[in-house]
Ligand binder design. Structure first.
Ligand code: NAD
Length: 261
């Protein structure tokens, strides 16, 4: 038996867009440990991508901006789930970077529904399928205090607070745990849409204590641990995975470079 003890367990994985997605790395890690994965994707065009990456897997289309899709998922699923990964987000940055106070109401509400409240709605739909000690994990960011994530920052803060509220409400009749992984900047398609992302990614790398960018697999390893029964004592919290970046705002190499320029 491997340490994670998830062989034969089944997990629902949302958010596979391509091979670089956080969700792809998580599913590969879980399968490597002998678990099975069932997938949800946003669009029907993404089904073939999941089938290519994970041949023979069951894939459901669930655009979380559509209430009906989430309800249908709950009805279409069969069998028990030992866990659920919520790994999706959306923010409309098509007009480029804007000061936070210029954020459009429509953009903010859409992003909040897709990137945060969908965790609550999906949990409600999946609850009848979740085993009594299942684990739910969502992906947040390493620091929600005015970072480079634009107006998605406060929405991620809302997501992290929802994690605690969900953990508490589910505890009324189950031992289902809910946690978030607060990931530092990664190279995925979601991040590519955020204004000035590459510059911020390189800056983040310079701020890691090891001077080497965070890898998506490192986030996936933490997610797999949180989805597994080995993390049974961890509930209603965010585990930060950022290679020490958040504590290193005054990195001396970065400070000296600034002083010279
Ligand atoms: P990704 O683009 O590979 O995945 C994002 C997923 O969100 C896609 O599969 C997309 O289809 C899905 N999605 C968007 N709108 C949706 C909708 N309406 N319905 C259903 N699915 C929808 O990028 P990723 O980096 O793997 O993102 C996964 C999670 O990780 C996100 O929550 C993101 O905010 C978070 N995260 C990413 C980084 C980073 O630097 N990439 C850092 C911290 C946290």
């Amino acid at each position: 038996m491997s340490f994670l003890n998830i062989s034969g367990k089944t997990f629902l994985i949302s958010g596979v867009a391509n091979k670089k997605s956080v969700a792809t790395h998580v599913a590969q890690t879980l399968q490597g440990e002998g678990a099975q994965c069932v997938f949800t994707v946003q669009k029907s065009e993404q089904v073939s991508q999941v089938e290519k990456l994970f041949p023979g897997s069951q894939v459901f289309v669930c655009d979380v901006s559509q209430k009906g899709d989430i309800e249908a998922l709950g009805k279409e699923l069969s069998g028990k789930l030992d866990g659920f990964l919520h790994s999706l987000a959306f923010g409309n940055f098509s007009e480029g970077p804007k000061p936070f106070h210029e954020t459009l109401r429509t953009d903010y509400l859409e992003a909040a529904q897709i990137s945060s409240f969908s965790l609550v709605e999906m949990t409600r739909a999946l609850k009848p399928h979740l085993s009594p000690s299942a684990s739910i994990v969502t992906i947040s960011i390493s620091n929600t205090r005015a970072t480079s994530y634009g107006y998605l920052g406060p929405i991620k803060a809302m997501l992290e607070t929802s994690v605690a509220y969900l953990a508490k409400s589910l505890s009324a009749d189950s031992q289902i745990r809910v946690n978030a992984v607060g990931a530092g900047p990664l190279k995925t398609s979601a991040s590519a849409g955020i204004p000035h992302y590459i510059e911020n990614y390189l800056f983040a790398e310079a701020l890691t204590l090891r001077k080497k960018a965070l890898e998506t697999q490192e986030v996936a390893n933490t997610v797999a641990f949180l989805l597994s029964p080995r993390s049974s004592g961890i509930n209603a919290t965010t585990l930060v995975v950022d290679a020490g970046m958040s504590c290193n705002g005054f990195d001396q190499d970065v400070v000296q470079k600034y002083a010279k320029d």
